[in-house]
Design a protein around this ligand. Structure first.
Ligand code: DLL
Length: 442
């Protein structure tokens, strides 16, 4: 791995920009952004209320005088109330699909698309992509930003793309084998699905040509990474982004793989307590807030992502200067409150992956049959660990129960199910079934 830690020939200068220069650039770009959104009704009103204008922003700390933007604000101005350019300047639309109702649209000018490709190229190169590689993209191509974002990023690097898109897993495996892809791009849960389907056809996924993977689009744990890497014989990198901010390309891991570098020349990040909205201390977890610095068609100011993560400002051995974010541990709207205890699905995943004999396929079902919340974790047993012996299965259940309790402090019901019985996903996995409330993603 170290060979490309030191291979900095393909870096963009912005990635290693001295911090004082970076902050100066951010301030300049922030002021430009404020000018660009001055006529967007939501911001026009908000700025008028707070009395802030671009000329009053003297330092980056003044950012805190600006209003937050929420998903609800975007919804309230559906479909294109946040557009900051004329329709004639729009080159493409994408959208994030809510679990209910209408998508949130995002618009891009040609310049936005150009920058987006650069940003994706940058994190891909950071994670080992080189022009001689072939990249298999198994993200949906459509309103979802994953497919197109990564596609143009790979092309920008000069590597070959296989735009396989999502679904039809057996065909995906055939394409990977026949075209000899070196790099896999998809959600981590879909990678598990590919690995499992490969095995079911009698092929060891390690025998495929894949060397690297770039996973993103959903939360995953370090244990999941270890499991995928060991099972598929590749190095897996994490990358993060969201449609409202740009799509993939907000941050990605370098070879050190100790957090994802935020591409700070294009985004300002803050980490706040989701209740008080006050900044949290260094390395403490909080909600990430992003302000775009170069978006033209639809800039956002202090966008509340609802993603919970930590920020690290300490220098990274790779030489990139951008602040790093931890894995996303969960979303404020994914957080389950079980009998008063806050639990993220990723904590349950972490517990399950510590127990030998279970497969990384699970479903968390929450209900309140009486007055108390009850959680049942359905988890698949690996075929080789299925046993006719009640005692062996009981032991496995107890082990899972203990791990979950040690990580979350909660007692849950564990339901072991046969291999291949839980739903598989081609895009983002859905791990929680909460019967207590109708989930509302507004
Ligand atoms: O998922 C953009 C993307 C596509 C990123 C492909 C990376 C790769 P949305 O559909 O708008 O956009 O969903 C954004 O997905 O707020 C996070 O909750 C979650 N998410 C994205 N990447 C990660 C990640 C794309 N690496 C939402 N780890 C975000 C954890 C992630 N969660």
């Amino acid at each position: 791995m170290t060979d490309f830690v030191t291979d900095n020939s393909i870096w963009d200068v912005a990635e290693t920009m001295p911090l004082d220069q970076l902050r100066e650039l951010q301030l300049h770009r922030l002021r430009r952004t404020l000018e660009r959104v001055a006529e967007v009704p939501f911001y026009k009103e908000a700025f008028a209320r707070s009395g802030v204008t671009s000329t009053k922003i003297k330092t980056l700390d003044d950012l805190r005088r600006l209003p937050f933007t929420t998903k609800k604000d975007l919804r309230d101005h559906y479909p294109l109330g946040f557009l900051a350019v004329g329709r004639d300047k729009v080159a493409r639309f994408h959208g994030s699909s809510g679990t209910t109702g209408k998508p949130t649209f995002v618009a891009y000018t040609n310049e936005d698309l150009n920058i987006w490709s650069d940003l994706c190229a940058r994190f891909l190169v950071g994670g080992g992509l080189r022009p001689e590689h072939t990249v298999h993209i198994a993200f949906g191509y459509g309103l979802f930003t994953g497919g197109f974002g990564l596609h143009y990023g790979v092309e920008r690097v000069g590597a070959a793309v296989v735009p396989a898109a999502a679904g039809n897993t057996r065909r995906q495996i055939m394409l990977i084998r026949d075209l000899g892809a070196d790099v896999l791009v998809c959600t981590p849960s879909y990678a598990l699905n590919i690995a499992e389907t490969t095995r079911s056809t009698g092929i060891d996924p390690k025998e495929l040509s894949l060397k690297f993977a770039h996973f993103g689009g959903e939360p995953w744990t370090e244990d999941m990474r270890n499991q995928i890497e060991a099972g598929m014989g590749l190095l897996a990198f994490n990358n993060y982004g969201l449609s409202e901010v740009i799509g993939p390309g907000v941050s990605g891991e370098c070879p050190v793989r100790n957090g994802m570098h935020i591409q700070e020349d294009h985004f300002i990040v803050e980490c706040v307590n989701p209740e008080t909205l006050e900044p949290v201390g260094e390395g403490e977890s909080g909600e990430l807030i992003f302000t775009t610095l170069t978006r033209q068609a639809m800039p956002v100011i202090r966008y509340r992502t609802r993603d919970i993560a930590r920020l690290y400002h300490s220098p990274c051995p790779c030489g990139r200067t951008g602040v790093r974010m931890s894995r996303v541990v969960g979303r404020t709207d994914d957080m389950l409150i079980i009998r008063g205890v806050n639990v993220f699905p990723s904590q349950i995943e972490e517990a399950l992956l510590r127990v030998e004999g279970t497969a990384p396929h699970y479903l968390i079902e929450v209900g309140r049959p009486g007055t108390l919340d009850e959680v049942t974790v359905h988890v698949e047993v690996r075929p080789e660990n299925l046993s006719d012996k009640m005692s062996r299965m009981q032991e496995l259940r107890n082990q899972i129960d203990r791990e979950i309790q040690s990580i979350t402090g909660l007692r849950v019901k564990v339901n072991l199910v046969e291999p291949q019985t839980l739903e598989r996903f081609v895009g983002k996995a859905k791990r929680v079934l909460d019967h207590r409330t109708e989930k509302n993603d507004a």
